[in-house]
Design a protein around this ligand. Structure first.
Ligand code: 4AD
Ligand code: MG
Length: 432
């Protein structure tokens, strides 16, 4: 009976014979002894083949192996402090599952980012990418745990919509006799309806923006987490954001040290992510930025450079609060203390990573939100059901959207969001 084991389970098999299946990453031979380093997605394993100790077919097969060939090795698991993962396998049997010709696209040398993206289906196999995706998965799980433990209901909102959400571009597709359907830019408007039904909710799904931006932080398809909470006001909303971010970062630090190391992340920068996060009023932010030499004017939204300039004095995420109305979406609640502004916040990640969350208290006054819709020349009919939430039992409520890939990029210390999603969609990239 063959015992199959994954590399991360080998400690449980020390001293016994198992079969491990995976892909060749490195090959080395001295003529009498050969080493095959292999990976199976759960870890890296060094295996040792001694010419005199294996059948001649196995030794001959070694000579034909190439990078990325899929193999099965059978042998004894031996503890070895010097080996990656702490265990080595002494090969008694070697079998080829799938050969890989010598022209495998990704070679052990520097490749340009466009080449790597063209070969994303293979690039994903490399150690840094594996580490990023384990961290992404940890972040996703931490988010679900955070909200579940706090009694939030997860609501899955539609991707095909008739109404629209944010200001940036829409993707549309024909929808039977109903005209055009639009790919959701946000789940928020549905989240607001759900908050009145279930109290505290969050959505976690793909969102789409036909933005013609080619920056390091824009994708046309990205994943967003959007909580919406009945009776939360703007300050409660920020409190939830900082608690959530601290929880996520803490979880990654606790469970993903090896992956952070693979990403060469300076973890001391993540260790300082503690509540409370500084809260800066938009007007003060503009004054500070102008002093630092920025050309930003009161009324402008903050660009990437301004965001980086503003956070350089802080060691943790920063909230910029209460932006001018014209810089933000129609649904944000007018600030009673200064009606030129709205009750909102952008959460800016430290180290220049920029906005990772946009949040706000929602306008709950029917007349005021109608006025804003008309000012923005948005189609009132498309919003009829959304407006009706203000007619029947309107309620104070707040929520926010966390961009998953930007959060992964920040936590991994990645310079580009496109390596933080498995198959990125950007203006000039629709494949693989
Ligand atoms: O600030 P945004 O546009 O806010 C909303 O969509 C609100 N409906 C959220 C809410 O209140 N429920 O987007 C929220 C976050 C941004 O802070 C950013 O992290 C991410 O989504 N994001 C993008 N990420 C990658 N590529 C893009 N093109 C993004 N646009 C926004
Ligand atoms: Mg925003």
């Amino acid at each position: 009976m063959t015992t199959y084991a994954r590399i991360d389970e080998l400690s449980a098999h020390a001293g016994t014979t198992v079969t491990v299946r995976g892909w060749v990453t490195h090959l080395r031979s001295s003529g009498k002894v050969a080493f095959i380093v292999m990976r199976d997605g759960t870890g890296i394993l060094q295996t040792v083949l001694v010419k005199n100790a294996v059948p001649p077919e196995a030794w001959a097969l070694f000579g034909e192996l190439t990078q990325e060939a899929c193999i099965a090795v059978t042998g004894e698991v031996r503890a070895d402090a010097r080996a990656p993962g702490g265990y080595e396998l002494g090969i008694a049997g070697l079998e080829l599952i799938g050969a890989s010709p010598l022209d495998y696209p990704i070679q052990p040398k520097e490749h340009g980012i466009d080449f790597l993206l063209d070969n994303r289906h293979f690039w994903l196999r490399t150690p840094r990418q594996v580490a990023i995706f384990r961290i992404r998965n940890e972040i996703e799980q931490a988010i679900h745990d955070f909200f579940y433990d706090r009694g939030f209901l997860r609501v899955d909102t539609p991707i095909l919509t008739a109404a629209i959400g944010e200001r940036s571009g829409l993707f549309s597709t024909e929808y039977f006799e109903e005209g055009n359907a639009f790919l959701a830019q946000t789940g928020q408007l549905y989240g607001e309806a759900a908050a009145a039904a279930f109290g505290k909710i969050y959505t976690f799904g793909p969102t789409f923006r036909a933005e013609k931006s080619k920056t390091r932080r824009h994708l046309t398809e990205f994943w967003m987490i959007e909580p919406e909470v009945a009776f939360n006001e703007s300050e409660d909303n920020m409190k939830l954001q900082e608690d959530m971010l601290t929880f996520i970062v803490g979880r990654v630090l606790e469970r993903r040290q090896a992956e952070l190391k693979e990403c060469e992340r300076d973890v001391s920068k993540l260790e300082s992510v503690k509540t409370p996060f500084p809260r800066i009023d938009y007007s003060d932010a503009v004054a500070t930025l102008q002093k630092k030499g920025s050309k930003v004017q009161w009324g402008d939204d903050l660009g990437a450079e301004d965001e980086a300039l503003l956070v350089e004095d802080y060691d943790r995420p920063v909230f910029v609060m209460n932006y001018p109305k014209e810089a933000k979406a129609f649904y944000m609640k007018e600030n009673p203390a200064d009606p030129r502004t709205v009750l909102c916040d952008d959460c800016l990640a430290p180290e220049g990573y920029g906005e990772i969350i946009g949040g706000s208290q929602r306008e709950d006054d029917l007349e005021k939100i109608l006025h804003r819709l008309r000012e923005e020349k948005l189609p009132e009919e498309a919003y009829d059901w959304y407006l009706a939430l203000r007619k029947y039992g309107t309620f104070p409520h707040s929520g926010y959207g966390l961009g998953l890939e930007r959060t992964v990029a920040w936590i991994c210390g990645s310079q580009h969001i496109r390596e933080c999603i498995a198959f990125p969609r950007m203006m000039h990239r629709l494949r693989p």
